[in-house]
Design a protein around this ligand. Sequence first.
Ligand SMILES: [Fe+2]
Length: 89
Amino acid sequence: MSGLVDEGKEVMEKVEEGPVRDAALIGAAQKVEHYEIAAYGTLCAMAKQLGYKDALRLLRISLDEEKGTDEKLSMLAEGGGNQRAAKAA
Ligand SMILES: [Fe+2]
């Protein structure tokens, strides 16, 4: 996770402010969300296997939140962010 955060910081340092940076930051944020989705997905499978119903319920809530954030980021990128970045590049 710290490597993913470092990638985002690197974008902030190396890419000029504007649409390209915005698109790169959306991508960096989605990497974090995908990491979290993988982690919560794994934990859900483990909790299910072990019969930890209360934990599974809470983990599924977190997993759904991460998926929701990822979808919002996709909407930002696909709703014009990537197009603006391509025009600016
Ligand atoms: Fe997240």
